[in-house]
Write a protein that binds this ligand. Structure first.
Ligand code: GLN
Length: 194
């Protein structure tokens, strides 16, 4: 099985570890550069993107992450993870860095506040068997994408899932639903790359 890490600085790490194991990956927490070096692919969880970026900087992970992503390591970001994979954030908080990897501009908290969180079926290009239950929690949307970016899903006229080469990102949280088809698609990307 491919070894897939979950960036374990903040956010819903456990849920991703379980989803990856169900999708036939060997899942591991990644907190240090040495741990990053040992994985074939990486999930960046949901949580709070500013906090994750500050902790990544503190743990000496910003540059190693940028380098591995630029070198083609498969990476999948959910929600806050999607924000971290954006080349540009429309409304960044002070000190908020991104890793980049996807030529897109994202809008944080675009779907509203915590109490406006919602669930809805989302049809995702490349995921067979009907819509995935999308859990949107203070979710970002993708404002615009460059020519290299494939749009995989939209909701309400807004882009909510994208892929550019080795990088996959969703505004929502498939790890919270027990339906692990998106993780299976990502593990296939990792297998294809390794
Ligand atoms: N709004 C959060 C952020 O800006 C993301 C929320 C989430 O990951 N559920 O990072």
């Amino acid at each position: 099985n491919p070894v897939v890490g979950v960036l374990a600085l903040q956010g819903d790490v456990r849920e991703h570890l379980i989803a990856l194991a169900v999708a036939d990956a060997t899942a591991r927490e990644v907190r240090r550069p040495e741990e990053l070096a040992e994985v074939d692919g990486l999930v960046i969880p949901g949580g709070e993107s500013t906090t994750i970026s500050k902790l990544a900087s503190l743990f000496g992970l910003l540059e190693p992450l940028r380098t591995r992503i630029a070198d083609g390591m498969p990476v999948y970001g959910t929600c806050a993870g999607l924000i971290l994979l954006a080349d540009k954030i429309l409304d960044p908080r002070s000190g908020q860095e991104t890793l980049g990897g996807i030529d897109m501009i994202v809008r944080r908290n675009a779907f509203g506040r915590q109490n406006e969180s919602f669930e809805t079926g989302v049809d995702i290009e490349g995921v067979e068997g009907g819509p995935v239950e999308g859990v949107f929690i203070r979710a970002p949307w993708v404002e615009s994408v460059g020519a290299q970016v494939e749009v995989l899903a939209e909701h309400g006229g807004h882009i909510v899932a994208v892929r550019q080469d080795n990088a996959l990102a969703t505004s929502f949280h498939p790890e919270l639903t027990g339906d692990h088809r998106v993780h299976a698609m990502f593990v296939d990307m990792v297998r294809a790359a390794s």
